[in-house]
Design a protein around this ligand. Structure first.
Ligand code: ZN
Length: 177
């Protein structure tokens, strides 16, 4: 389908005709402030078929009966569907647009904003395993102390290391949060 569009770039645009007859099909606020106006302005034989809905000639094939459906979704996305089957990429490429042009422009991130990067899943699993092991060791040592089962200095130092390791894990996790 796109091959045809490239081979026949001169498919009648009827721009002047369209301006004269279809002006009422372009809601004024869709013309330039919204991406949908940008798309509609590049299509031929645009006809409004409902609220936020249009039909137009598909620019990616020799479309005699307008078969391209354009719909403005509630979230600002533009839904494009060619009933003749042209892929949306081809339809958009034929009028110099890309799929990303179908999405509403995003507000820029606030000043000082840094995207958060979560802990990679495998690292998170390692940290959970490590935390569980260290907590278990500390718990055993403390139980031994409490029950008077003769706890060595080594055991106490090991429990201390476990506490330090848990604090390190907490630091690593919070640096990603
Ligand atoms: Zn088409």
């Amino acid at each position: 389908m796109s091959r045809y569009a490239k081979a026949a770039p001169g498919w009648p645009r009827e721009a002047a005709h369209r301006k004269a007859t279809d002006a009422h099909n372009f809601p004024q606020n869709h013309r330039s402030s919204q991406p949908v106006g940008e798309l509609l302005a590049r299509l031929d034989a645009v006809r409004r078929t409902g609220d936020g809905r249009w039909l137009a000639r598909c620019p990616a094939h020799a479309d005699r009966s307008p078969s391209l459906s354009i719909k403005l979704a509630d979230d600002g996305r533009i839904l494009v569907h060619d009933f003749a089957g042209c892929p949306v990429e081809d339809v958009l490429a034929a009028v110099g647009l890309e799929v990303k042009d179908l999405f509403p422009p995003r507000d820029p991130p606030p000043e000082g904003f840094r995207p958060r990067h979560g802990i990679p899943e495998h690292r998170a699993r390692d940290l959970i395993r490590l935390a569980a092991r260290e907590a278990g060791i500390a718990s055993i040592v403390i139980q031994d102390i409490l029950s008077g089962n003769g706890t060595s200095v080594d055991d106490c130092q090991r429990a201390l290391r476990a506490a330090e390791t848990l604090a390190e894990i907490a630091r690593e996790v919070s640096s990603h949060a």
